[in-house]
Design a protein around this ligand. Structure first.
Ligand code: XUL
Ligand code: MN
Length: 345
């Protein structure tokens, strides 16, 4: 029987509309108000940056951090929500100006690792066993700035420290090829999985694949997902969309390339994604022009598009697809897929 899917997003996906060229355009929702919106939008999983759970984390004692995380857990429980993961935000503090784990400054590397370990403690308080590493500044502006081999080794060392800190924690690497850096050291899921195998406990290191990041690397997101699945390492996704090679757009799922979105849903559904508790995560930004009241439409819409595409995936004539494959009539298959997506009988 076909499985059902659970959906998640992070509170940063409801935002005030600031972009690099202009200020906020909408009044903020408080954290509690955001949590109140989850169920109404059809979501039950909450993704966190460490400081989404505990704001201004660096100025607080460990005891205080844990106490605040426990309060957040209560807020989740009251609303029937589940924490999916915690991601250490290693790109805003001045000590991460040159990256975290790959910084050329030893003190800064230590800061990054210590903060990652605090994120694990927060995850435990929130009742989740997943840490997501979006390795934002683990790269360079110019090639000569860092030793690229050492960068990989330092990344492995940092992950090993996290694995040793908590024997149950799982690490999900979220690859992205560029932005904010010119080039990142872990640009694709292939790189992430190769790093996973170098760590002390490869079975606890996997990946989160974001559509827009794969597209920015010039790759097909559904193939990236299938690659991770073939290694048993697709533990979360950030579905969204992207129009060409430009800044990371985080458009609503299916907004730009519906057929590519269809193929992501197809790969996830055909491989029983979600059977081990994985969430279908969205990492989407609403258009700046939306009013405050309509500034969560992108979340409801992305989920709705996923479910419509799921119907398309499940109503695909598998026998016909096999026949086209056996005959290697890919032109025929191509037309059949378009006809099916367009709903033409
Ligand atoms: C950055 C990105 C982040 C991560 C979480 O491009 O996608 O939102 O998903 O840190
Ligand atoms: Mn993301």
């Amino acid at each position: 029987m076909a499985g059902t899917f659970r959906f998640s997003f992070g509170p940063w996906n409801i935002h005030e509309g600031a972009d690099p060229f202009g200020p906020t355009v909408r009044k903020s929702y408080t954290f509690a108000e955001k949590l109140d919106l989850y169920k109404k939008l059809g979501y039950e999983g909450v993704q966190f940056h460490d400081d989404d759970a505990v704001p201004e984390i660096d100025g607080k004692s460990h005891k205080q951090v844990l106490a605040e995380a426990r309060d957040v857990r209560k807020m989740l429980d009251e609303r029937g929500l589940t924490a999916e993961f915690v991601a250490p935000r290693l790109w805003e503090n001045p000590q991460t100006i040159d990256g975290g784990y790959t910084s050329n400054d030893e003190k800064c590397r230590k800061y990054a690792i210590d903060r990652s370990l605090v994120s694990i403690d927060i995850a435990n308080e929130l009742g989740c066993d997943r840490i997501v590493l979006w390795l934002a500044r683990e790269g360079t502006y110019i090639r000569e700035a860092k030793d690229a081999r050492k960068a990989v080794e330092r990344t492995v060392e940092a992950i090993d420290k996290m694995l040793a800190h908590d024997p149950k924690i799982r690490i999900l690497i979220e690859p992205k090829p560029n932005e904010p850096m010119d080039h990142a050291y872990i640009p694709t899921i292939g790189h992430a999985i190769a790093v996973a195998y170098r760590t002390a406990d490869p079975k606890r290191v996997g990946g989160l694949i974001e559509t827009a990041h794969a597209l920015l690397a010039g790759l097909d997101p559904s193939d990236e997902m299938a690659f991770a699945i073939a290694h048993g390492k697709l533990w979360s996704v950030h579905l969204n969309d992207q129009n060409g090679l430009k800044f990371d757009q985080d458009k609503s799922f299916g907004s730009n390339n519906l057929r590519s979105a269809f193929n992501m849903v197809r790969v996830l559904d055909q491989n029983d994604y979600g059977a081990h508790g994985e969430f279908v995560g969205m990492d989407v930004k609403v258009m700046r022009t939306q009013t405050r009241e309509k500034s969560t439409a992108h979340l409801a819409n992305s989920r709705q598009v996923f479910l419509w595409l799921l119907d398309k995936v499940r109503s695909l004539d598998a026998k016909l697809v096999s026949q086209y494959r056996d005959a290697r009539d890919y032109e025929g298959l191509d037309l059949y897929i378009n006809r099916h997506l367009l709903g033409i009988k």
